[in-house]
Design a protein around this ligand. Structure first.
Ligand code: AMP
Ligand code: TRP
Length: 333
C-alpha cells in the first residue's frame, strides 16, 4: 500500500547524528520507495516556542532544508516546505486546541522536560506545541509519520485528537488516524558524553554530538573523546545492561552499518573500545562527511533553497488549504 508520509524537523541548528539515525535516514528510505507520497516540513513555528535569534532562524531554515536534500531526499519526488508559509497549520492548530482537553496536554513529558523547573515562565506555545504538530500531520491525511522515539507520545496525542474530532463532529474518518514509524532498534541516540542523556541540539557541549556539518577531523576527534567504560566489549547483549555508553556506541555502529547489535557484537566482542572507535570514526566519516560537504555547497545557493521552499509551500498550501476549508465547514463556520 502506498503511504502518505509527513514529518517535520525544527530549524534550531546543530542537526546531529540522532536526528539523522532516528529520523532523516528513515525519510530517505521512505522517499526512495516511488509508491509513497512524502512531505517533509521545516517546522519553524515550532522552533519559536523557545526564543530564537532572527537572523539565525532564517539560516537554520535553509540549513535544515539543505540537510534534507544532502541526506538523500529527492526534492523532485517529495514536497519540502517551511511551516510558517502555509497558514492552514496555525489555523488548524487553533481549531484542534479547542477540542483537546488540557488533561491530555498535562501528560506530555516533553513539555515537562523543556519547561524545566519554572513552568510559569515557559511559553504557552511550548505547552500547546503538540497540537500544532497534530495539525501538521492531520491536514495532509497522513498515513505514516516517521519520527524518533521521543515523539511517540506526541503521535499518540495526535491519534487521540483525530478520533475525538471525528466523534465530536460526527464526521467518521474525516481526520485520518496516522501510524507512527519509529525505528525498532536504537530509536534514541544518546550523548557521546553521557549514555543516559539524549543526543541533543541544545547540549552545551559540542563534544556530546556529531553534527551533520562536522568535518572528518571533528568526527574522529569526537569519537576518540566519547565516554566509554573500563570493561572490554562483551559477546552478548545481555552483558550490556547498566553499560549505557558502551551500548550507545555499539548501537550507533549497528545503526549506521544497517546491521543488528548481535552482528556488531560478533565483530567486536572481546576487543577494546579503541578498536571499535577506529572503525566507528571511519564509517561515520564515510557516511556523514559527504552530507556535510553537500550541506555546505547547498547553503551557499540561497536562491535555489528559497525557490524550492516556495514551490513546496505552494504544493502544500493546495492540500492543506482544501482540508482546512472542509474542517471549517464541519465546525459550522
Ligand atoms: P527535532 O530536532 O526535535 O525537530 O527532531 C527531529 C527528529 O529527530 C524527530 O523525529 C526526533 O524524534 C528525532 N531525534 C531528535 N533527537 C534524537 C535522538 N537523540 N535520537 C533519535 N532521534 C532523535
Ligand atoms: N515535534 C517534532 C520534533 O520535535 C517536530 C514536528 C513538528 C513533527 N511537526 C511534526 C514531526 C509533524 C512529525 C510530524 O521533533
Amino acid at each position: 500500500m502506498p503511504k502518505k508520509i509527513f514529518s517535520g524537523v525544527q530549524p534550531t541548528g546543530n542537526l546531529h547524528l540522532g536526528n539523522y539515525l532516528g529520523a532523516i535516514k528513515n525519510f530517505v528510505d521512505l522517499n526512495n520507495d516511488k509508491e509513497n507520497n512524502c512531505i517533509f516540513c521545516v517546522v519553524d513555528l515550532h522552533a519559536i516556542t523557545v526564543k530564537q535569534d532572527k537572523d539565525q532562524l532564517k539560516n537554520n531554515i535553509r540549513e535544515t532544508t539543505a540537510a534534507f536534500i544532502a541526506s538523500g531526499i529527492d526534492p523532485s519526488r517529495s514536497i519540502i516546505f517551511n511551516q510558517s508559509e502555509v497558514q492552514a497549520h496555525a489555523e488548524g492548530s487553533w481549531m484542534l486546541s479547542c477540542m483537546a482537553p488540557m488533561g491530555w496536554l498535562n501528560r506530555m513529558t516533553q513539555f515537562k522536560e523543556k519547561a524545566g523547573k519554572d513552568k510559569e515562565k515557559a511559553s504557552v506555545g511550548l505547552y500547546i506545541y503538540p497540537i500544532l504538530m497534530a495539525s501538521d500531520i492531520l491536514l495532509y491525511d497522513t498515513s505514516h509519520v516517521p519520527v524518533g522515539e521521543d515523539q511517540k507520545q506526541h503521535l499518540e496525542l495526535t491519534r487521540d485528537i483525530a478520533q475525538k474530532f471525528n466523534k465530536d463532529f460526527d464526521c467518521r474518518d474525516f481526520l485520518k488516524v496516522p501510524e507512527p514509524l519509529i525505528q525498532k532498534d536504537f530509536s534514541r541516540i544518546m550523548s557521546l558524553k553521557d549514555g543516559l542523556k539524549k543526543m541533543s541540539k541544545s547540549d552545551p557541549s559540542d563534544l556530546s554530538r556529531i553534527n551533520l556539518t562536522d568535518s572528518e577531523d571533528e568526527i574522529i576527534n569526537k569519537i576518540k573523546k566519547a565516554k566509554t567504560d573500563s570493561f572490554p566489549i562483551p559477546n552478548e547483549d545481555q552483558k550490556l545492561i547498566n553499560r549505557p555508553e558502551a551500548l550507545n556506541l555499539l548501537g550507533i555502529y549497528s545503526s549506521i552499518s544497517n546491521q543488528n547489535l548481535n552482528k556488531t557484537l560478533d565483530e567486536f566482542g572481546g576487543k577494546n573500545f579503541s578498536d571499535l572507535k577506529v572503525k566507528l570514526a571511519e564509517i561515520l566519516s564515510s557516511k556523514i562527511s559527504p552530507i556535510s560537504n553537500e550541506i555546505k555547497k547547498l547553503i551557499s545557493d540561497k536562491q535555489y533553497l528559497d525557490k524550492l521552499l516556495l514551490e513546496g509551500a505552494n504544493k502544500a498550501e493546495a492540500i492543506a488549504g482544501k482540508k482546512i476549508k472542509e474542517m471549517k465547514k464541519i465546525i459550522g463556520f
